[in-house]
Design a protein around this ligand. Structure first.
Ligand SMILES: [Zn+2]
Length: 490
């Protein structure tokens, strides 16, 4: 009973109030609207999207120099957008465009604020207290690519409010009430947590416990486990890598899971591979979902309890880059358009993810279209000579196969020019030459002999600075000078 009252107070009063002071307005009204719109007939959703697309096109043309030039170069005016498919005439925006033109991509009435945000000295994405009452309320944020320069973008709180509303929506799919306790393995280190006042506010005003999510060692996992035992959150949220690290630690140490089991685990900021999902389900025995998104455009989609990755269609228009006009029913690069008027909208943003969009009926009855076959980043996918796409999940299935049971401690796949795939392996207990032979066979069956596989053995494979192990390294992409991207949100 006391828990329920606490949830009601946090969910309906404290959280919305403090969010509004960060200029993150309208979270609850948005959220309540989602409860209805996610069941609208597809035609009605399409109508909403078209109305918003027309509005955002007019807004962007009027106020944003970058898009005005885009429209003009394409020989278009916003009035040319009369149907959703007309968006195809606007050239896609790349990460390089954002790197080169971010100041021109902001509503020109806010350019001066953006320039001031550049020199404010605030950390990327740091919210601004009492923002609605300030003239300079723009938050400067960045999204770092795994290689190459980071993108810089600006927001006034509207995008973050939308993210929160989407998060509440996703939690409701799993019957988590507003204000329920949540622990987050965040993009912060142990040292930062010790010194931050913000963390205490989150704890008491938002029912949110912050845990470190990067550079984690065994003592950090143990400390996190103990904190979870005290706090008993309904939702455990974090980077896929941090959550699987914690799950592995709990399993290996034989700790009592019952004492920390949440009702829902939310992984984000990276795809959740099959073996990772399996590990989380096996250890925690609770619902597990994954949010797909990018910091620039916010939360795009999430897995419902039926395993469908539904798109937030009320706020985002997703396309698969057409190979031929009006054929959206194939696997290709995903383009995202933010439909709501914010000071830095993204129209046809190409983030480098490959997948397929479909609108089937889901057993959860939600009518929102879905992303199927999210194969991964363009750089992680290997295209064989016959045109078959090998996704990172293929490597997971290959190396995480239960029959190998610990004989391979770690692996990394490197795509090299000239159809060469280099397999780096750290041997586990019981590794024999037979295993390499078996893997060679498996690869030649799947690649039909079109690639040259080489095996190299190491004592260890080091993680990236973020603490994440890179499963696929694409040296072909690097040669072509393309830039990786990093999803996720604050
Ligand atoms: Zn569903």
């Amino acid at each position: 009973m006391i828990k329920r009252i606490e949830e009601l107070v946090v969910g309906n009063i404290l959280f919305p109030l403090t969010s509004a002071l960060y200029n993150r307005k309208g979270i609850l009204p948005l959220y309540r609207e989602f409860q209805k719109s996610e069941f609208y007939p597809p035609e009605r959703l399409a109508e909403i999207q078209l109305k918003k697309l027309k509005d955002i096109s007019k807004y962007a043309y009027q106020w944003i120099p970058f898009y005005r030039k885009r429209f003009t170069d394409a020989g278009m005016v916003p009035e040319d957008i009369q149907a959703l498919k007309d968006i195809e005439h606007i050239p896609p925006v790349t990460r390089q465009d954002v790197i080169d033109h971010h100041h021109d991509m902001v509503d020109s009435r806010f350019t001066a604020s953006a320039l001031r945000a550049d020199i404010s000295g605030r950390g990327a994405g740091t919210p601004i207290p009492l923002a609605p009452f300030r003239k300079d309320r723009l938050v400067r944020n960045t999204s770092s690519g795994s290689t190459g320069a980071p993108t810089i973008f600006y927001e006034d709180g509207a995008r973050t409010a939308m993210n929160w509303a989407h998060e509440l929506r996703f939690r409701t799919w799993y019957e988590i009430p507003l204000g329920a306790r949540e622990a987050r393995m965040a993009r912060v280190s142990v040292e930062y947590l010790k010194s931050s006042k913000d963390i205490l506010l989150r704890r008491f005003l938002w029912n949110q416990l912050a845990l470190p999510g990067v550079n984690l060692g065994e003592e950090d996992y143990l400390a996190s486990y103990n904190s979870l035992k005290d706090f008993r959150p309904s939702v455990l949220w974090g980077f896929t890598s941090a959550l699987t690290g914690l799950a592995g630690y709990i399993r290996d140490m034989g700790l009592d899971v019952e004492a920390v089991r949440p009702e829902l685990i939310i992984t984000w900021a990276a795809p959740m591979y099959e073996h990772e999902e399996r590990l989380l389900r096996e250890v925690f025995e609770c619902h597990v979902t994954n949010i797909y998104g990018a910091r620039e455009v916010g939360h795009i989609a999430a897995l419902c309890p039926e395993g469908t990755m539904h798109i937030n269609e009320e706020n985002l228009l997703l396309e698969v880059e057409p190979e031929e006009p009006q054929n959206n029913n194939h696997v290709g690069e995903i383009l995202t358009t933010t439909l709501d008027t914010t000071i830095m909208p993204f129209i046809r943003y190409r983030m480098g993810d490959v997948g397929k969009i479909s609108r089937g009926s889901c057993a959860c009855d939600r009518t929102l279209a879905s992303i199927d076959d999210l194969l991964g980043r363009t750089g992680e996918i290997f295209v064989t000579q016959s045109g078959r796409m090998i996704s990172p999940n293929f490597w997971c299935r290959t190396f995480m196969n239960p029959t190998l049971g610990g004989k391979i401690q770690r692996f990394q796949v490197v795509y090299r020019p000239g159809d060469t795939i280099l397999i780096r392996i750290v041997k586990g207990n019981g590794f024999t030459q037979d295993i390499e032979d078996g893997l060679r066979n498996h690869l030649s069956n799947n690649f039909k002999g079109s690639v040259n596989a080489r095996f190299e053995y190491f004592d260890e494979i080091k993680p990236q600075i973020s603490g994440k192990y890179q499963m696929v390294v694409n040296e072909i992409e690097k040669e072509n000078g393309s830039i990786g991207s990093d999803p996720g949100n604050s």
